[in-house]
Write a protein that binds this ligand. Structure first.
Ligand SMILES: Cc1ncc(COP(=O)(O)O)c(C=O)c1O
Length: 455
């Protein structure tokens, strides 16, 4: 595999840096496993020997008739199932409008395309994400400005957002990364003070909540996605939530060739394009998969939160492996990913890479998360800055890529790239308590064998 062919998933699942272990204090193993055993990496028996994680996504055969009905109806383009999906999703979130799209990338792009953000404007973005989050900002000719994250929550830090505000700031892009909620009350306070447009990238965070309010409902728009690994898996799919009817009308028109929709009116013929648009409509078969998946969404969400809370509690005994914290006020995460922060010093010098290898050998699918490749250094931006439109709208100093990288450098992000641990396995997070105990057993076994693993 050539370097540039390595997929994101491959990166995310590949072991990275490692840790070292300290003796575990205050932990009373209640598990059947003898965790002083030889680590699987050194030839011992794996904690998960002969056990498989549940599969994700899941499909129940009882839904086949619904799927067949759509296929046999021969109405495959947007119709009643898409309408129903939008209605259900809007109701679940207590929002006036939901517009579905082909995927999350296009939901985000549409949300920015129909905003008033334009060339010369700045949008403050969370850097702990990847390109899909910011394409729409660049399509509008605006400038992404990155504010550092809080390394304990992985989320954009509102105090850092404040530091990046200038007279040109027009928007904020919080990304509820790994399924944990960003601090929306603090972010919306800043947005209100400075009259900023907020698009929430909630693509990883279905049903995560702050004070009982779901993410995606705080900002002007909240975008979700339904790719196969997600907690509402469709394969491909996306949605935008908003309470602004005029904005929704423009979004609807945009997703449908710019045709008339509500307040976007004045057509001469059925194919009069009224606004510059796209065609990013969800299909009926996507919607029907989504509707079927919605049946267990809340039940599984509850289970993920129970398992997440269980792991959080058990991991307290291991100072070198700290669960990602939910900020004050957060009432639920989506646990799309179970995140942890590795502290090599508190692990007696065992490198993160070695810890991950040892966990993987025990059958626990832990990886490093996003590779150390910050968005603000990626060649895509250099190319955008070299475009005629950017050259017309920004000074050469603003477009100097080296200076841009320095201005946007986020030290806590870099620290997180080097210390994050992600369990990114949809089946694991809906497993049994015995499955969760296996995760802890593996951590415990590694702790008990740090000296051997370091050799
Ligand atoms: C945070 C975030 N934003 C946006 C997207 C894009 O969503 P999609 O793959 O549905 O286009 C993803 C997908 O991985 C994501 O994780």
């Amino acid at each position: 595999m050539k370097k540039n062919e390595i997929s994101r998933r491959h990166f995310l699942s590949t072991a990275a840096v490692a840790t070292a272990g300290v003796a575990v204090s205050g932990f009373t193993p209640t598990f059947a496993q003898n965790t002083t055993d030889k680590p699987a990496l050194l030839g011992g028996t794996s904690v998960r020997a002969n056990k498989k994680w549940l599969k994700w996504p899941q499909w129940d055969k009882k839904f086949n008739p619904k799927m067949n009905e759509v296929m046999e109806s021969l109405t495959w383009s947007r119709a009643k199932n898409v309408n129903q999906f939008e209605k259900s999703w809007a109701e679940l979130h207590g929002m006036k409008h939901c517009l579905t799209t082909v995927n999350g990338t296009n939901a985000l792009s549409a949300a920015w395309m129909q905003s008033d953000i334009g060339p010369g404007d700045e949008v403050i973005c969370s850097p702990y994400t990847f390109s899909a989050s910011i394409f729409g900002i660049l399509y509008k000719g605006a400038m992404p400005v990155f504010a550092d994250i809080d390394p304990t929550t992985f989320q954009i830090d509102p105090a850092q957002i404040r530091k990046k505000i200038t007279p040109r700031t027009k928007g904020i892009l919080p990304v509820h990364i790994c399924g944990y909620p960003s601090d929306m009350p603090a972010i919306m306070k800043i947005a209100r003070e400075h009259k900023l447009f907020v698009v929430e990238d909630a693509c990883q965070a279905h049903l995560a909540e702050i004070g009982g309010q779901k993410v995606g409902t705080f900002g002007d728009a909240g975008c979700l996605r339904c790719q196969a690994s997600k907690t509402l898996p469709v394969g491909e799919g996306g949605a935008i939530l908003t309470n602004n009817t005029e904005y929704y009308d423009r979004l609807y028109s945009y997703h449908n060739f710019g045709y008339a929709s509500g307040s976007v009116s004045g057509q001469i013929s059925a194919i009069t394009a009224l606004i510059l648009a796209n065609k990013i409509r969800m299909a009926e078969y996507q919607a029907v998969i989504g509707l079927c998946q919605m049946e267990r969404l809340q039940e599984l969400h509850k289970l993920r939160n129970e398992n997440g809370a269980y792991l959080n509690e058990k991991l307290k005994a291991y100072p070198g492996v700290s669960p990602v914290q939910l900020h004050k006020g957060a009432t639920a995460a989506s646990y799309y990913i179970y995140g942890m922060v590795y502290n090599q010093d508190k692990m007696d010098g065992l490198p993160r890479k070695r810890f991950i290898e040892a966990m993987n050998a025990e059958g626990i699918p832990v990886g490093t998360g996003y590779p150390n490749d910050p968005l603000y250094t990626q060649p895509m931006l250099r190319e955008v800055f070299n475009s005629e439109i950017y050259k017309k709208c920004y000074t050469s100093k603003e477009l100097d890529f080296e200076q841009y990288k320095q201005r946007n450098h986020c030290p806590s992000l870099i620290k997180t790239y080097d210390s994050a641990l992600w369990i990114w396995n949809g089946g694991l997070m809906i497993g049994s308590k015995a499955d969760m105990d296996d995760v802890i057993n593996a951590v415990d076994k590694i702790h008990n064998n740090i000296a051997k693993l370091k050799q």
